[in-house]
Design a protein around this ligand. Structure first.
Ligand code: AGP
Length: 611
């Protein structure tokens, strides 16, 4: 959840570390800090509460420099948001550590270290690591061995970087359960939670594996695996450019990413069809052998990706006759799922590093599935590397914490995936070609739907001073309503809930009054008449309705009902993708009207790499 970056070079690395932190800020942004070994081989550090800019201001006021260092942007887990709890955590003047993850046995380690005379100045689990490394340095071990020995005593998930003035040109980093990438520069080496942090300094990366430790200087980088053996990992050249993460003239990343959806969807779908049908090879070389065995699918994911999974259930079951269950990863990983023969496990994740989703995948590997599959946006992620079948969404980097283009491209990928699985079950070639045509038309529909922005700005005025909102949908529009509610609460802090519209009368209707705007997603499908009745139930209680409707539904604006009509008739397969777009715009403009931090909403982080 936090972002870490480290550097060993023959130049001052402070600017590199600060820029790296800026690029990692999506991972956490409640406080930041940085430590380097200065020209006198002294450990110097600075920390600040708030965003990376606050740390940069502090360094402008009290500058220091060094050629080896580590930095951190935090999303608090252990200990509140304060300078004392920010990283680096130090063991006196001898060790500085930055850490992403959670150390589960930190309390018992802390007692042992206190017994040895170490004083603690924070509430973090990370401070334990710094003192533990120091305790091993004091026995005469070098930094590499001191870190290795310490890691053997830690339970939990982590990526860490450690420095000591005893070895002023060296930096030791390691990962277990949290991502870490090694950047190979020209006579300099770097590590970071994400390759994007290092794009201004290198495009050559080694994606470290679980349990890897890396011993870095400006000239050398030695990777040591879990068994303690020096290993060679492939160096990969990234195709990302350093400016891939710019706002491109938009006020916020989120708005840019909403407007990038036609292109992102086009990229997700391009070159993936032949003769009007999806190509099996898009899931990888083993797809031809594995897919014919699939009789059911278990989908596991978190947050927005979970909502994508809920839509996919309709694609698989209604369109293809393939039984499908969908579950949030944090629950799935702690129960004992019954796996019917012929079941495929599918994890959906934008980042491919979500701790719960990764743990679910690892659990699934030994649980009797035909195979594991991933739908993901980050090719180098752990999820992609550890799954048998992989379908990339090609959304491009998504920086806004609220997921937008990652969601709609997941839906497009799931449309493809659904056809590939269903063709071995109930889906015939004629229907498959029809669905393929419908899916390929979605980028154009989304382009037109973006023109509803001005209508959503008007709706946003109604919502800006409200405290609660309801979202309704039926069938595949229910997950769309869930996603609309999640967007609104994430970035505007308005309490928003979604219900299947038929469920309203079983309780939530009690909440409806003039102060509770109710948003309804109303495509023209077989449930439209039932949805209309549910909307009447809301009107009869004085609720103010905001309806996104298909032009063919006949739902028109009248007192108490604001209707925005979609630009054209949208088919069932297309509807979840297209109706999501105005809901994203609504949430965005409500947040702007309320003056919240759209791209980095409070308490959240983009990539949730802790449990
Ligand atoms: C969505 O807007 C979120 N910020 C969040 O729910 C996210 O979708 C979730 O944490 C899962 O992330 P992933 O797709 O990277 O696994």
């Amino acid at each position: 959840m936090c972002g870490i970056v480290g550097a060993a070079a023959r130049r001052d690395v402070v600017p590199v570390l600060i820029e790296g932190l800026r690029r990692l800020e999506y991972r956490g942004y409640d406080s930041a800090g940085l430590a380097v070994i200065d020209e006198h081989s002294r450990l110097v550090s600075a920390r600040a509460v708030g965003k990376v800019a606050a740390l940069a201001d502090r360094l402008d006021a009290e500058p220091f420099a060094g050629q080896v260092g580590a930095a951190h942007t935090r999303w608090a887990t252990h200990g509140g948001v304060s300078e004392a709890n920010a990283h680096p955590q130090r063991s006196g003047d001898n060790v500085a550590v930055v850490h992403n993850g959670i150390i589960e046995n930190y309390e018992s380690l802390r007692e042992v270290l206190e017994g040895k005379g170490y004083g603690f100045h924070s509430q973090t689990d990370t401070e334990v690591i710094a003192h533990l490394i120091d305790s091993h340095l004091q026995t005469g071990l070098g930094l590499r061995e001191a870190v290795r020995t310490s890691l053997g005593e830690l339970d939990g998930a982590y990526a860490i970087v450690a420095v000591t003035p005893d070895e002023p040109t060296r930096l030791v980093a390691a990962r277990r359960g949290s991502p870490l990438v090694l950047g190979v520069g020209n006579g300099e080496h770097f590590v970071a939670s994400d390759a994007a942090a290092l794009l201004p300094v290198t495009r050559h990366f080694v994606f470290l594996e679980e349990g890897d430790l890396v011993d870095l200087t400006a000239d050398s980088a030695e990777v040591i695996d879990l068994q303690g053996t020096t290993v060679t990992r492939p160096v990969v050249e990234s195709s990302l450019s350093a400016d891939a993460a710019d706002k491109g003239g938009y006020r916020h990343y989120m708005l840019k990413e909403i407007f990038e959806q036609p292109k992102a969807l086009g990229d997700t779908l391009s070159e993936r069809f032949a003769h009007g049908r999806p190509l099996e090879a898009v899931l990888g070389p083993d797809a031809a052998e594995l897919l014919p065995q699939v009789r059911g699918v278990h989908i596991v994911a978190c947050g927005t990706s979970y909502h994508a999974g809920l839509v996919a259930r309709y694609y698989l079951e209604q369109g293809g006759g393939v039984p499908c269950t969908v579950e949030v990863a944090s629950e799935y990983r702690y129960r004992d799922p019954v796996v019917p023969p012929g079941t495929l496990f599918l994890a959906i994740s934008q980042s491919g590093e979500t701790a719960d989703t990764l743990a679910a995948l690892r659990f699934a590997r030994g649980s009797g599935y035909v195979a594991t599959a991933a739908i993901c946006n980050v090719p180098e992620s752990s999820l992609v590397r550890e799954s048998d079948l992989v379908l990339m969404t090609r959304a491009g980097p998504e920086i806004g914490v609220a997921s937008t283009k990652a969601f709609t491209t997941q839906l497009a990928a799931l449309g493809l995936f659904g056809m590939l699985v269903a063709r071995h079950n109930r889906l015939d070639a004629r229907m498959e070609k029809l669905y393929a045509r419908q899916l390929l038309h979605v980028p154009a529909q989304v382009e037109k739907t973006l023109q509803l922005e001005s209508a959503m700005i008007k709706w946003a005025e109604w919502f800006a001073d409200k405290h609660h909102a309801l979202f309704l949908g039926r069938g595949p529009s229910f997950p769309v309503a869930l996603e609309g509610a999640l967007k609104l609460k994430e970035i505007s802090y308005i309490h928003a809930e979604a219900y299947p519209a038929g469920e309203l009368k079983h309780g939530p209707l009690a909440l409806v009054d003039a102060d509770m705007p109710v948003v309804a997603v109303a495509p023209n499908n077989r449930l439209i008449e039932k949805l209309k009745s549910n909307l009447q139930e809301v009107r009869a209680r004085g609720g103010q309705l905001f309806v996104l409707a298909d032009p063919d539904t006949g739902i028109r604006s009248e007192p108490g009902i604001e209707v925005v009509t979609m630009p054209e008739h949208i088919e069932a397969l297309q509807a979840p993708l297209v109706y999501t777009v105005p809901l994203q715009l609504l949430a965005y403009h409500v947040a702007v009207a309320r003056g919240t931090d759209v791209d980095q909403p409070r308490n959240l982080a983009k990539s949730v790499t802790v449990e």
